[in-house]
Design a protein around this ligand. Structure first.
Ligand code: F6P
Length: 361
C-alpha cells in the first residue's frame, strides 16, 4: 500500500479542505493508499514530524468548511527558518531536517498546497530529492502557470456582496465609501469585484493612481446627479510618485501608516480635497474566511484528485493547473518567481474603463 503525505502552507484560503478531501478520496477510496497530513505546513516537518492521519472519517463534512483542517505554517521557510540562538533570532537553513523528518514519516511523496512561497520551497525540496507535487493556492490569484487559483472566486464573491450592501448605505447618506480589499501585489480582487459590484473608482497596485483624477471622477459623478461614490482600493495600491507604502520614508509616507492603510489614506484625501463625507471599510480577512463558493469547491476537488494522479504517474516537480477548461500538469517552475499581475493595457482594464470606471489614471 502506497503512503502519501499532504500539507497546506501560507495564508489560508477557501477550498483548501476541498483539496485535502479530494486527495484523501482519490487516494484512499479509489486506490487504497494511506494519506498522512502534516500539521501546520512545513513547520510540522521542521519540529516534528507532526502527523494528522487522514482517513475517510477525517475528511467527512469538510467540503463546505473554510480554512484548513491541517493548519498552516506560521514560522516560514525551512531554507531561512527563524531559530533562536543565544537570545538572538537567526535565519537558518533547516531543509535537511525537513527531508530527514519526511523520511521518518515513511511517505513516498508529498503534496504541497500553497502559494508562491510554499511552491518555491516545494520546488527546492524536490530538487533535493524529496518527491513533491504542488497545488497552487491564493485568494489573490497572482500565481502564474494556472488560469486561476481556488479561493479567488470566493473572495471576489465576498467583496461583491459587500459592495452591493455598501451601495445602499452610501446612497442614503451621500457618502463616498472607500473599500480596501486584499491584494498585496496584484489587483485582481479589486478589479473583478469592482466590476461585478459596480464600483466607480478601482485602484490597483499595477496602476499607480493620481489622487487629483480620483477626485475629478467623484466630482464628475456628482455633476451627473450621483451624490455618492464607491471606491475600491487594493491594499497594495499606491499613488503615482509616492512609491509603495513599505518603500516610503517617514516624510513621504503621507500619514498612511498612522492612518492604518491605503484605503484610509484615500478616504482622508478625498474628504480633505473635496470637503465631503467619506467612510472606510477594510474587508481584510473576511475575504479569506468561511465557506468556499461552488466554483472553488469544484476546482479544489479537481486539483486534489489530479494531484493524486500525478503522484501515481511519478510526475514530481509538477503542479496541477487550470488551463482553459482542463486541469493539467505544469512544472512548478512556471508558477514561482514572477507574479501574475493585472495588465494595465489588458482587456479587463479596458472593459472597466469602457464602463466608465476610473482606474486611477
Ligand atoms: O493570501 C494573500 C493575502 O490575502 C494578501 O492579500 C494579504 O496581504 C495577506 O494574505 C495577509 O495575510 P496575513 O494576515 O495572514 O499575513
Amino acid at each position: 500500500m502506497k503512503t502519501i503525505a499532504i500539507l497546506t502552507g501560507g495564508g489560508d484560503c477557501p477550498g483548501l479542505n476541498a483539496v485535502i478531501r479530494g486527495v484523501v478520496r482519490a487516494a484512499v477510496l479509489k486506490r487504497n493508499w494511506k494519506v498522512l497530513g502534516i500539521a501546520d505546513g512545513f513547520d510540522g516537518l521542521v519540529d516534528g514530524p507532526r502527523i494528522i492521519p487522514l482517513d475517510m472519517a477525517a475528511v467527512k463534512g469538510i467540503l463546505p468548511r473554510g480554512g484548513t483542517i491541517l493548519g498552516t505554517s506560521n514560522r516560514g521557510n525551512p531554507f531561512a527558518y527563524p531559530v533562536e540562538e543565544g537570545g538572538e533570532v537567526k535565519l537558518m537553513d533547516v531543509s535537511r531536517r525537513v527531508v530527514e523528518n519526511f523520511r521518518k514519516v515513511g511517505a513516498e511523496a508529498l503534496i504541497a498546497v500553497g502559494g508562491d512561497g510554499t511552491l518555491k520551497i516545494a520546488r527546492q525540496l524536490n530538487d533535493q530529492g524529496m518527491p513533491v507535487v504542488g497545488v497552487p493556492k491564493t485568494i489573490d490569484n497572482d500565481l502564474r502557470g494556472t488560469d486561476v487559483t481556488f479561493g479567488y472566486n470566493t473572495a471576489v464573491g465576498v467583496v461583491t456582496e459587500a459592495l452591493d450592501r455598501l451601495h445602499t448605505t452610501a446612497e442614503s447618506h451621500n457618502r463616498v465609501m472607500v473599500v480596501e480589499v486584499m491584494g498585496r501585489d496584484a489587483g485582481w480582487i479589486a478589479l473583478e469585484s469592482g466590476i461585478a459590484g459596480s464600483a466607480d473608482v478601482i485602484l490597483i497596485p499595477e496602476i499607480p493612481f493620481d489622487m487629483e483624477k480620483v477626485c475629478q471622477a467623484i466630482l464628475a459623478r456628482k455633476e451627473r446627479g450621483s451624490r455618492f461614490s464607491i471606491v475600491v482600493v487594493s491594499e497594495g495600491a499606491f499613488p503615482a510618485g509616492g512609491g509603495k507604502i513599505v518603500q516610503l520614508t517617514a516624510d513621504q509616507n503621507l500619514g498612511v501608516e498612522r492612518l492604518g492603510g491605503m484605503g484610509q489614506w484615500v478616504a482622508a484625501e478625498i474628504a480633505r480635497r473635496l470637503e465631503i463625507e467619506t467612510r472606510t471599510v477594510v474587508l481584510g480577512h473576511v475575504q479569506r474566511g468561511g465557506t468556499p463558493s461552488p466554483f472553488d469547491r469544484i476546482l479544489g476537488s479537481r486539483f486534489g484528485t489530479k494531484a493524486v494522479e500525478l503522484v501515481e504517474q511519478g510526475s514530481f516537480g509538477q503542479m496541477v493547473a487550470l488551463r482553459g477548461r482542463r486541469v493539467e500538469a505544469v512544472a512548478i517552475e512556471e508558477a514561482v518567481g514572477e507574479l501574475n499581475r493585472v495588465d494595465p493595457e489588458g482587456e479587463l482594464i479596458r472593459t472597466a474603463e469602457d464602463l466608465g470606471v476610473m482606474v486611477g489614471r
